[in-house]
Design a binder for this molecule. Structure first.
Ligand code: ACO
Length: 330
C-alpha cells in the first residue's frame, strides 16, 4: 500500500491570563515556594477563570497553529482534541470545529491523560499516511484546576491549565520518523480522576448509579518511578524505529510533569540539559497541553528550527506512555 508522508507545519498555544505563584498557593495549603520549586521546578501556574471554557482556550491555540501553517480552517479534514477535561463529556472537539469554522472537518475527542497529545499525534498520522486526510488539527488542552482537590497539597501544587495545538499536513517527506505507544492498566490506581457511583433506586427492583467525578488522586512516588524507568526506554525504542541515536536528537520534549523527571530521563539518555525543553516554572503540569505548549514557545522563539529532530514523550494516567520522533517543519 502506498504510504504518504506527514509534516508538522504549525503550532499555537493559549493559557489563561490569571497566574497563581507558589507564594499565593501557600495561602491555600500549607506549602512553600522552596518546597514546590525544589521538588518540581514549578514556580507558578495559569488558572482558568470561572467563565473560561476549554473550548475557548483550545480555539485560541488552534487559530494560532492554523495561521502559522498558512492554511484556511476550511482546509482541515480532521480535528482531534486530546483532553481529560472536556467542557462536555459527550465531547468538545466539534464545538471547537464550529468556533474556528472548519466546516469540512470531522472532529472528535481522544482521552489518554498526559499522553493524550502523543497518542493523538500518532492517531492523526495514520489518517494522513493512508492518504485519507491531508490536513489535521491536533489540540492538547486541559483545565485540571477544576478537578484538583485544592486541600491536597501533594497534588494541587502540580497542575495548571492551558492548550496547545499543531497542524499536521500530508508531505512528500515523512517527518514523523518513529513512534512507540504503551499502556498498563494493572497500574491504573496510581493516578485517577474517577467516577464514584452512588446507588439510586429507580423502582424497588431496578437500581442504577447517580454519582460524580472525584478529584484527582495520585501516588506521586509510584508515578515518579514509572516515568523515570519507562520514558527513557520508550524513547530509545522510538529512536530505534527512526534509525536514529540519542546523539542525533536536537530537542528532548517531555510531558512537563516535574523538573526532576525531566532531568532524570535526560540523564539516563545522556542528553545534555541545554537540549531539554522545559516550561514547568511558568505553567506547571498542564496535562495534554504540556507538550504542544512547550513546543510552540520554542518554535516562536526560533530556538526549534525547521529540520530539528525532536524526541517527544508523554506519560501519565492509565497508565499510558508514548514517544514520537519527528523533524519540525516540512
Ligand atoms: N508542600 C509542603 N510539603 C509537602 C507538599 C507540599 N506541597 N506535598 C507533600 N508534602 C510533604 C508530605 O506531607 C510529606 O511529609 P511527611 O513526610 O511529613 O508526611 C513530605 O512532603 C514528602 O511527601 P511525598 O509525597 O513523599 O513527596 P515526594 O518527595 O514524593 O514529592 C512529588 C512529591 C513532587 C509529587 C513527587 O512524588 C513526584 O514528583 N512524583 C511524580 C508525580 C508527578 O509528577 N505527577 C504529575 C502528575 S502525573 C503526570 O503528569 C504524569
Amino acid at each position: 500500500m502506498q504510504q504518504f508522508g506527514i509534516a508538522i507545519t504549525g503550532s499555537g498555544s493559549a493559557t489563561p491570563p490569571l497566574a497563581l505563584d507558589n507564594h499565593g498557593l501557600s495561602q491555600v495549603v500549607e506549602t512553600s515556594d522552596e518546597w514546590i520549586s525544589s521538588r518540581t521546578g514549578i514556580r507558578q501556574r495559569c488558572l482558568a477563570a470561572p467563565h473560561q471554557s476549554l473550548a475557548q482556550l483550545a480555539t485560541e491555540a488552534a487559530q494560532a497553529a492554523i495561521a502559522m501553517a498558512g492554511i484556511a480552517p476550511t482546509d482541515l479534514d480532521l480535528i482531534i482534541l486530546a483532553t481529560s477535561t472536556p467542557d462536555d463529556l459527550f465531547g468538545t472537539a466539534s464545538l471547537i470545529q464550529a468556533h474556528i469554522g472548519a466546516s469540512r472537518a470531522v472532529a472528535f475527542d481522544l482521552t489518554a491523560a498526559c499522553s493524550g497529545f502523543i497518542f493523538g499525534l500518532v492517531t492523526a498520522a495514520q489518517f494522513v499516511r493512508t492518504g485519507v486526510y491531508q490536513n489535521v488539527l491536533l489540540i492538547g488542552a486541559d483545565i485540571l484546576s477544576r478537578w484538583v482537590d485544592w486541600s491536597d497539597r501533594r497534588t494541587c501544587v502540580l497542575f495548571g491549565d492551558g492548550a496547545g495545538a499543531v497542524v499536521l499536513q500530508a508531505n512528500d517527506r515523512d517527518r514523523l520518523l518513529g513512534f512507540e505507544l504503551r499502556s498498563d492498566g494493572t497500574q491504573n490506581n496510581c493516578l485517577n480522576l474517577a467516577y464514584q457511583p452512588q446507588p439510586y433506586a429507580l423502582t424497588p427492583e431496578v437500581a442504577i448509579a447517580q454519582g460524580s467525578y472525584q478529584p484527582i488522586t495520585m501516588n506521586g512516588q509510584e508515578v515518579y518511578r514509572f516515568a523515570v524507568k519507562q520514558v527513557p526506554e520508550i524513547i530509545e525504542k522510538a529512536l530505534f524505529r527512526a534509525n536514529l541515536t540519542t546523539e542525533q536528537v536536537d530537542w528532548l520534549l517531555l510531558h512537563q510533569a516535574n523538573q526532576r523527571i525531566l532531568d532524570a530521563v535526560a540523564q539516563r539518555l545522556k542528553i545534555p540539559a541545554e537540549k531539554v525543553i522545559s516550561n514547568l516554572a511558568k505553567y506547571g503540569n498542564t496535562s495534554a497541553a504540556s507538550i504542544p505548549l512547550a513546543l510552540d514557545a520554542e518554535v516562536r522563539q526560533q530556538r526549534v528550527k525547521p529540520g530539528d529532530i525532536i524526541a517527544a514523550a508523554g506519560f501519565g494516567a492509565g497508565l499510558t506512555w508514548g514517544a514520537t520522533i519527528f523533524a519540525w517543519g516540512r
